[in-house]
Design a protein around this ligand. Sequence first.
Ligand code: EPZ
Length: 422
Amino acid sequence: MPALLVSKSPPLSGEVTIHGAKNSVLPILAATLLCRAPCVLHNCPDILDVTHTRAILHSLGCASERRGASVYIDPRSCAGHSIPPELAASMRASSLFLGALLARQGEASLSLPGGCPIGARPVDYHLLAFRALGAEVTETDDTIHCRARRLTGAKITLPGPSVGATENAMLAAVGAEGVTVIENAACEPEIVDLAGFLTACGAKIAGAGTGRVTVKGGQPLTGATYTILPDRIETATFLCACAACGGTLTLRRTAPRLAEPILNLLTESGCRFSCTHDTIQISRDGPLIACRPVISKPYPGFPTDAMPVLLASQLRAEGQTDFTETIFENRFGYARELKKLGAQLRQDENTVYLRGAPQLYAAQLFAEDLRGGAALVLAAMQAEGESTIFGVKHIQRGYDNLEAALQSAGARLKTVEIPIKV
Ligand code: EPZ
């Protein structure tokens, strides 16, 4: 079984390159089903979720090829409408094929999607959107089936700002005759990127990034060549790694404007920054002061996905702080693991209260989800001794070679194969 061995890191140095955003490339790959011509996506991260999404495209009859950081997709031979269960279960983003297949084929079947076990993660908002557009949706214990002879533009009011439901509604609305208005839409930058790709293919979309998105659908889409926006959560991960270990690290091909929430917090914590339009240099050579209390919120609030790595960066900060999670009800699995390292924290419902510990000590840790796994790596980089982290697959789902990037910055970690005792 693969595991990461992580020892205490010296102050970090050098530079790392940020990849395209996982949560942008996944909906855009699904969106290629709406295209009647080949597409080229540049800045595609080489991560498990992209591999699985391409496998879904192949299972539907599409072709795709990776050439370095670019993925070439030919959706013209798309014939299916059902997602293989083992692929559907591999990640949450498989749910995004429902909207795309409804628009392309008029039918879609999906066993319940997988993804990080950070909450119940229902898809009721998604199904509400499809029904509003005229689809017939049936659910069994483990399968969702949608069918629509034709989709008609409608007003969709989402009960809450859901990223995936907003994206699925946009995808289905592109295939609906007439105008669709999505109220209470989520505003994340990845939604804006999806709208950018669809617009490049000829879709008529306005308001992406606001709470009200309008789609004028019913026209077939061409293909497009598109560059995925930088990953703001991968950016936060490396910034928090340097905040935790000290040193000076330069992040290239990132987007400082998308990292503002984390930049502000780490500035207060004692880090210094120098930014250009696509680079961030972080330095920390003095003490790390506990940041102010953090509450995760839908964009433009503090991103829930950056909370685990920020909390990990604060484990030895001077003072105390607290972290409140408002998006997912089971996001703190990693926090319980951090206590094995000697982290001084306690959880009360959806808040973790953290007091900086003078020292952390190596332990055996188990990653249960993607961002929690990254937090365990950053925590182990601060602990005396050599920690072992299992559940590496979770990290590989969303980070393009995190290990090599951290090694290049001076961190001491490596993946090993640990024999399973039978
Ligand atoms: C997306 O998940 C991201 N995943 C998540 O990133 C991210 O944490 C989340 O948005 C919030 O920003 C991808 O984009 C692939 P939601 P999603 O729908 O779309 C509730 C990562 O680590 N809800 O915005 O699943 C839901 O339970 C992952 O990269 C319903 O109740 O999140 C949650 O409490 C983790 N019914 C809240 O809304 C629905 O039909 C927000 O979820 C849909 C959502």
